[in-house]
Design a protein around this ligand. Sequence first.
Ligand code: FMN
Length: 369
Amino acid sequence: MHQNNCFDNRSAAPQRVTELAAEDFRIGGRLLPSRFFLAPLAGYTQLAFRVVVRRQGGLGLATTDLVQATMLWSERPKSLDLVATCPEDRPLSVQIFGGRTEDLVRAARWLQEHDYQGIDINMGCPMAKVNGAGGGARLMCDTSGATEMVGRVIDAVKLPVTVKMRLGWDDSLITAPQLAAAFEQIGVAAVTVHGRTRAQGFHGSVDRAGIREVVNAVSHMPVIANGDVRTPEQALSMMSDTGCAGVAIGRGAMLDPWIFRRIQQRVEDPDSDQDPAPSQDEQIAFLRQHFELMHEQHRERACLMFRKFAAWYGVRLGVPEDLEDRLRRFETVHEFHEIVDQIAARHGEREQQIPTALLKVPNGPIEHW
Ligand SMILES: Cc1cc2nc3c(=O)[nH]c(=O)nc-3n(C[C@H](O)[C@H](O)[C@H](O)COP(=O)(O)O)c2cc1C
């Protein structure tokens, strides 16, 4: 069984990649259903969304939104909401962030005591608030400090500890390869690399050669490549171009929550040109389940919380505009189901599209984030 960087696929041909992608994959002893992961998107990839995406098939591992370590160990209600989970929401890692080792250690212990299965440390967040307190991508500026910090977390718990990072702070400080090599030495179970620097924010395109440098810097620790993957073809070419062990998909999974099962189909049957697009019934079921799961967790607050997905569902499912407008304003569970009944009955009135720009990313000069 291979656990590592694609089993040396550093120059694998595309056909070989599909074979490699189908092999068993473990991180920190956990056997994962696939090598294709949901990257955290704070505010979107919460429990309800994760579970409904898992139900579509093909997802290997999901990660919670980033949670501030101090807020977690001190059990603030908002943080407890962020780490809310259920047996169907597995395998899961909880992502913590902070600039102080003691806080990360306490949060990691808290997660272990509460039966979570994996801890991910955020070293990629570019937001000033997070970086100003020494956390997120700021940690990449001090490689020995970051290594010491992660080592203390590893020593404090038995759970697998992973790290999600960028390529570095900016073009003059590309530290991901050096950090990955050091993390491998201290027992980090895997790293995810978003192929941009902190200075790039979400601009420009992902630097696959930069991710490859990280893969080349380690010998056995899995490297998960991340950034700009929107289609199954791009997921597989990310593997062949970088030699990574797996791929994490964030915005691409919001735009197309069926992407993981489409990849799975491609991996299991590379010669087939079938691409299992979701049927109308599946799309409507997705919408209902997403809301029902949110309602289970948040009760009456779910109506308000769900409204922010109205525009996205409007485009994604081709919801007629008057019904999209009602989805933006509904107040009760009964009203939600009545709207969805009408969406089902009027399916096809408006063209469906893969949305392109509905997910806001921080913009403008990076110093102002
Ligand atoms: C709205 C939004 C929220 C994000 N939240 C997180 C987060 O909580 N933790 C994290 O490590 N990365 C976060 N990211 C970064 C993504 O996980 C991912 O690295 C990045 O979007 C590039 O991958 P993609 O092109 O597949 O989306 C966020 C990105 C966006 C756009």
